[in-house]
Design a protein around this ligand. Sequence first.
Ligand SMILES: [Zn+2]
Length: 157
Amino acid sequence: MTPTIPYIQSCFDEFNARFFASSLPPIPIKLSNARTFLGKVTFTRRRSWLFGPLRNENFVLRINTRIDLPEDLIQDTILHEMIHYYIAVNQLRDTSSHGRLFRREMARINADGNRHVTISYRLSKEQLLELYPEKKEQIKAYFLRKSKKSSNFALDY
Ligand SMILES: [Zn+2]
């Protein structure tokens, strides 16, 4: 399916209530046509005064609409981005971009909600061909070489 802004908004509201006690503030949602991510939370970091602490602000949630994905995966992508948002909007520190705190929240949500949120999603050959039609021959050659090992290609989100 191809998600719309109202659809993403309703998922956000539902997941916010269910997994974050409705603590996440509203966030602007944008659709993205990028080929390099399924979802992304962007923000800026600045000091409100010269010696003040660095604060994260101007958050935007972006969800990819370029590839046709199953609804479950779109929802897991929204949840993945909501974990990034939860950490950043609360000015929490993690050990890395998908560090201990991120993984703890991911495990909690997967267990509580019977979800399958992951750190990175692997694209199938068909999805890669849809994304990169101009690289058809390279993709085919890649999967021919890889056929005995993994049949997938990782994409971070
Ligand atoms: Zn991520």
